[in-house]
Design a protein around this ligand. Structure first.
Ligand code: MGD
Ligand code: MGD
Ligand code: SF4
Ligand code: MO
Length: 866
């Protein structure tokens, strides 16, 4: 059975065998058989515990029917009293297109308000504004095949090696085949993606507008304007005028970059015929993210570097169906099928749907939506496929808003998330492998996600849950589908409805698919219509754009440098992703293999910045902003700029006591897109001093109390927590650990060390190791004891010591595919392996998904004392 990976926007094809084994689908054009470690571990997420299997109302399990009835009755009561504007939907780029279409139709077409927004507001909103302003349509012109043909690839604000790993591997392969290809990475941090770069520009955060304005000016000064492009452009004169002050010197100053390095980039851009710029959250999640997008688009348009093979401005989408959400109008400021809120468009939609009403003005965007919830203006919110209590900025305010909101409906696949904790009504949704529909990836390619596993409990598809509530609200006829293919046909027909080529998104060629043909649908890139019956790889080769006059538009970029830091909060905190976790960890966090690479929330910073604040590598620190605080473990990273921090966005209350980054991040937004500047928050940091630190191994997921800090990392057979507390570790253990009826084995050291094993019927139930500083242990030994207890007293004694009589621990796992740790890699290097390829032969590391290759290289180049 072939399906599509549910994680990132690369949109890899996945083959699932009858026994559940997951491999890359060699026939899928997005990945040609490759998978990254998250995709390869999909099989391990399928039988995860913690699923939401049954509906709940006010904390009580009820039948799904009763929950749907409650949802409809309570929504109706709020609408009758306060009008449709008091209701909102907050959706997700992880919904299938069919689900998303239904959510949007219900809100905008039948409830009649436009308060449906999505987590794509935090992700792609600035890119949407950029493309619409430049091209007159939200249309990404490029395709992955361009990777193989570019002369220069620019990665701007993208750590694709970790976040779009299969796309990045295609770049690696392209550079191997054509060593003349150049790669430039624009990122304040030296990330894993810099591994491929010929040039890394560690710019000042938020200065991308200046960098690309400088490029535009350089193009004008160096005779690099494509004169054949000029008749197809508006706004050239004023945009060039606005860019004129951005000389090389001024741009380099603004970006805090070396002039020669910046000039090298400008020369490469100017001198390369085929330039592909890939960008992601470093560009979009900024207070002027939309302008940064247009600054990139300006440079490509003016130099004519688009619409050809190997060329173009390519915004990478984050989520598997971020693009699909844009197509169906998931954003509050768009209608379905790429339509806006003009009277003509609203009328057209109402005609097509035959609906009683259509929203006539844009609704609330994500940040504003939760503010309206907090003020009590929005009284009901239905959250689907996203976890805003973790992922929204000013998280404490979002949590307060949800706590105060009279009606919170949450559809999710997991029972316990930071958001489901606030639900009045919980609806169990089908997850990956169980649900059926389509997604659109970064290159506009529509692929099928197919069901191959039976529905667990009473879980249902998201579209079905929405349609059921719509029917109970009295909109039966318009929501009467029996099969997702029917929804797809409606969506495809709408895209072609009264569309004489004015709307880029047109898949009218798929509007007649039978259910069987929809089921078999092969991956295809939109548009799919009479002109492009087989789909279309690249847009704008004909230089016809979607503004009314057919031209594209250059836009002056204000390029303001905003610096939120102050005396009280002098450091700038950046946030983003790590290689093996997906967002709020609801699925990846439960897979032991994916917890091996990085198993704790951390705060990375330059050693000099750390030392100046009394921070020690491997110790805990507390980071504080105007809005909240978090704890993480200090990581020295000489690839960070001075006075900046980086913290992963993933950890939340299910996995740690107090490590939610978005508790700190402020909701400063780009005025044009409403996208928050999630990458730039002013903070201060200080060491967190505690009486003791330790490790607790237990069988259940239960959260401990009475601590300053804990973080949980599932292992196979047990849950492992890192702890820190005040007072005395043995006192804490006696007061807090439930060991009644168990046999205890304890040891107390002179220097405040304390160890405890608890046994029941010969089975290890709990292991606790504490000391003033985090003790070093043989984790593999302890994990193994939970699967099979040691055979003899010597083994139990070694277990209490936390160390095998002999032998070494694996160290930090570097290659998650084959479970190869730092210790083995160091040994192999000592024995003569001098390249990643040699390590691959000796240990297999790096030979599957390749995501660990940058780290292997780093280990090869750094001495073992590091
Ligand atoms: N492993 C993994 N992969 C994922 C995801 C995941 O959760 N885990 N999520 C998916 C989703 S939804 C998304 S949106 C993508 C995100 O993919 P990316 O955008 O590649 O990932 P991030 O880590 O959020 O941020 C990218 C980089 O932006 C840099 N940056 C910060 N500030 C600036 C700046 O001012 N200018 C520039 N030029 N760069 C800056 C950061 O240092 C960081 O390295 O990843 C997708 N893929
Ligand atoms: N500080 C900071 N914050 C960020 C970011 C950042 O870089 N820095 N990045 C932002 C970006 S780009 C994004 S995209 C967001 C992501 O943030 P979220 O969307 O909040 O994160 P997820 O963990 O992907 O949430 C998905 C939820 O849907 C559930 N789910 C999974 N499958 C299904 C399904 O089929 N149906 C339903 N109904 N539910 C399902 C999951 O269990 C989970 O609870 O975070 C944003 N927040
Ligand atoms: S690159 Fe993205 S789509 Fe492909 S397997 Fe990895 S997470 Fe899935
Ligand atoms: Mo995203």
């Amino acid at each position: 059975m072939n399906t599509t990976c549910p994680y990132c926007g690369v949109g890899c094809g996945v083959s699932v065998r009858a026994d559940g084994a997951v491999t890359g689908d060699a026939s899928h054009p997005a990945n040609l058989g490759r998978l990254c470690v998250k995709g390869a571990a999909l099989g391990e997420t399928l039988h995860a515990s913690g699923r939401l299997l049954w509906a709940q109302v006010d904390g009580e399990r009820v039948s799904l029917d009763a929950a749907l009835e409650s949802a409809a009755v309570r929504l109706r009561a709020i609408i009758d009293r306060h009008g449709p504007e008091a209701v909102a939907i907050y959706a997700s780029g992880q919904l299938l297109t069919e689900d998303y279409y239904v959510a949007n139709k219900l809100m905008k077409g039948y409830l009649g308000a436009a308060n449906i927004d999505t987590n794509s507001r935090l992700c792609m909103a600035s890119a949407v504004v950029g493309y619409k302003r430049a091209f007159g349509a939200d249309a990404v012109p490029c395709c992955y095949e361009d990777f193989a043909e570019a002369d220069l690839v620019v990665l701007a604000g993208s750590n694709a090696a970790w976040t779009h790993p299969v796309a990045y591997q295609r770049l690696v392969q392209a550079k191997q085949q054509r060593p003349a290809m150049r790669v430039v990475v624009i990122d304040p941090r030296r990330t894993a993606s810099v591994d491929l770069a010929d040039l890394h520009l560690p710019l000042r955060p938020g200065s991308d507008g200046a960098l690309f304005s400088g490029l535009l000016n350089w193009l004008a000064q160096h005779d690099a304007i494509d004169s054949e492009m000029l008749p197809h452009l508006n706004g050239v004169a004023e945009t060039l005028e606005a860019a004129r002050p951005w000389t090389l010197a001024r741009a380099a100053d603004a970006c805090a970059l070396d002039r020669d390095q910046l000039a090298q980039f400008y020369q490469l851009f100017t001198g390369s015929d085929r330039v592909l710029t890939l960008w992601c959250m470093g560009i979009n999640q900024s207070a002027s993210g939309s302008d940064h997008n247009n600054a990139i688009l300006n440079a490509h348009l003016l130099s004519g570097k688009l619409g050809r093979a190997g060329c173009g401005p390519f915004s990478l989408t984050g989520q598997p169906n971020a693009m699909g959400g844009r197509e169906v109008g998931g954003l509050a400021n768009q209608l379905a099928a790429h339509m806006g809120f003009s009277d003509a468009e609203c009328d057209r939609l109402q005609r097509f749907w035959g609906s009683p009403t259509v929203a006539r003005r844009p609704g609330l965007t994500a940040v504003a939506l939760f503010e309206a919830v907090a003020r009590g203006e929005v009284k009901a919110v239905w959250i689907l496929g996203t976890n805003p209590a973790v992922s929204m900025p000013e998280g404490n305010r979002v949590a307060q808003a949800l706590a105060a909101c009279p009606l919170v409906i949450v559809s999710d696949v997991m029972a316990h998330t930071d958001t489901t904790a606030f639900a009045d009504i919980l609806l169990p949704a089908l997850g990956w492998g169980e649900k059926n529909g389509t997604v659109t990836n970064s290159e506009r390619r529509i692929s099928r996600q197919r069901a191959f596993a039976p529905p667990p409990g009473e879980a249902k598809p998201d579209w079905w849950l929405l349609a059921q509530v719509a029917q109970r609200l009295g909109f039966g006829d318009a929501f009467g589908w029996q099969h997702p293919a029917e929804i797809f046909r409606e969506h495809a027909a709408l895209s072609g409805f009264e569309n004489q080529g004015q709307r880029a998104f047109d898949i009218s060629g798929l509007a007649q698919l039978s259910n069987e043909a929809w089921d078999r649908l092969k991956p295809v890139q939109w548009p799919v219509n009479a002109r492009f019956p087989q789909g279309c790889a690249r847009l704008f080769g004909d230089r016809r754009f979607f503004h009314a006059d057919g031209k594209a538009r250059l836009l002056p970029c204000a390029a303001p440098l905003d610096d939120p830091t102050s005396e009280a909060y002098p450091l700038l905190m950046n946030s983003g992703r790590i290689r093996d976790q997906w967002h709020t960890m609801t699925r990846t966090g439960n897979v032991p293999r994916l917890m091996q690479h990085i198993d704790e929330p951390f705060i990375a910073l330059h050693p000099a910045t750390a030392r100046s604040r009394g921070l020690v590598s491997g110790e805990l620190a507390r980071v504080q902003s105007t809005h909240g605080w978090m704890i993480g473990r200090v990581r020295f990273d000489s690839g960070m700029r001075l006075n900046e921090l980086f913290a992963p966005m993933h950890w939340n209350r299910q996995f740690a006591l107090q490590s939610n980054v978005d508790a700190l991040v402020t909701a400063r937004c780009c005025p044009a897109s409403g996208q928050p500047a999630l990458k730039q928050t002013a903070v201060r940091i200080q060491p967190l001093r505690t009486g003791w630190q330790g490790w607790l191994w237990q069988r259940e997921v239960a959260a401990p109390s009475g601590l300053r800090y804990w973080a949980r990392a599932p292992q196979s057979g047990a849950q492992r927590l890192t702890l820190a507390g005040d007072g005395n570790a043995s006192d804490w253990a006696q007061a807090q650990l439930a060991t009644q009826g168990m046999q205890l084995q304890q040891a107390q050291g002179a220097a405040g060390e304390y160890r405890l094993l608890a046994w029941r019927a010969g089975e290890l139930q709990l292991a606790f190791y504490a000391a003033p500083r985090l003790p070093l242990l043989d984790h593999e030994l302890i994990a193994a004891a939970f699967r099979a207890p040691p055979a003899d007293a010597a083994g139990r004694f070694a277990l209490l010591a936390g160390r095998a009589a002999q032998g070494n621990s694996a160290g930090r796992i570097i290659c998650s595919c084959f479970g190869v740790g730092e210790t083995a890699i160091r040994q192999a290097v000592a024995q003569g392996c001098d390249s990643p390829a040699a390590l691959g032969v000796a240990l297999k590391c790096g030979t599957s998904c390749g995501s660990c290759l940058p780290e292997l290289k780093l280990l090869l180049s750094t001495p073992a004392t590091a």
